[in-house]
Design a protein around this ligand. Structure first.
Ligand code: SF4
Length: 258
């Protein structure tokens, strides 16, 4: 199905179902995707189909200049974004100057649109790096992915690179001492002849145990809303998300359905 890449460093503002009016920042190349996960639902496409021509990442000063220019224009148009969001063609925390970029962005936000939040959508694979931890502790919305607490399901849905394992990740998510938001995408289907479903009873039980240990501000639960690279993935209905929400409420975990 049709997936897409962001073709600039700063993009939007776009209406985001989870964040409101969002001005996006893409720290990855515009010609392809770079990610430490290879999620089967990725709107940018699969890593192997989206290899960038060049792996050069935009420099911190280039990002800062583009962002300030865009914010100046938006302020003249009276079009202040609700949020400045790090997302784009892959995992933003892979940028080696991520901490500096976050500091620059907060300074630009304070200068042009102090009411806007700074948010990062991350897949949680770089939360062992001190600079990344420091950067994520500075932002208003530190949104980290946890699609499942079950190793086999994470392998099927997120297909992590290298030695990533979800047990260690759940442990490490505690480093934020509750100053984080968890994002979980629910879906089911088949990949490489194997069935997966992160909404089953055993999945939800393990996920809730993990959430209780991580203690996030709240959990964003949602399902697929755009085209995905693999046709066999099925969306989870709003009614099912509401049922999952009830389970969270029973466990005193705040949530938002997007
Ligand atoms: S973590 Fe995000 S960018 Fe990376 S593969 Fe998954 S959905 Fe795509």
């Amino acid at each position: 199905m049709a997936t897409f890449l962001f073709d600039s460093i700063v993009f939007g503002p776009v209406k985001s179902r989870r964040l409101g009016t969002s001005l996006g920042i893409n720290l990855l190349p515009t010609s392809g995707k770079i990610c430490s996960f290879n999620c089967i639902y990725c709107e940018c496409g699969l890593n192997e189909e989206r290899k960038p021509d060049r792996k050069r990442l935009p420099a911190a000063r280039e990002i800062d200049a583009e962002l300030r220019l865009k914010l100046e224009t938006l302020m003249h148009e009276n079009n202040e974004p609700d949020v400045i969001t790090f997302a784009g063609n892959g995992e933003p925390t892979l940028h080696p100057d991520f901490l500096k970029i976050i500091k620059n962005t907060i300074s630009a936000r304070n200068a042009y649109c102090p009411g806007a939040k700074v948010s990062v959508l991350s897949n949680s694979t770089r939360i062992w790096n001190k600079d990344v931890i420091d950067a994520l502790n500075l932002v208003d919305m530190n949104i980290l992915k946890l699609d499942s607490a079950v190793e086999e399901t994470v392998k099927l849905i997120n297909d992590p690179n290298g030695s990533f394992n979800i047990t260690d990740c759940i442990e490490q998510l505690k480093v934020f001492k509750g100053k984080l938001i968890i994002q979980t995408l629910f879906c089911r289907g088949e990949v490489n002849g194997k069935h997966f479903d992160n909404t089953t009873e055993s999945e939800l039980t393990e996920w809730i145990v993990a959430l209780r240990a991580i203690n996030p501000e709240y959990v964003m639960i949602y399902s697929i809303s755009r085209d995905t690279p693999i046709n066999s993935i099925k969306k989870v209905s709003k009614d099912e998300l509401l049922e999952i929400g009830k389970r969270l409420a029973e466990n005193n975990i705040a949530f938002e359905i997007a």
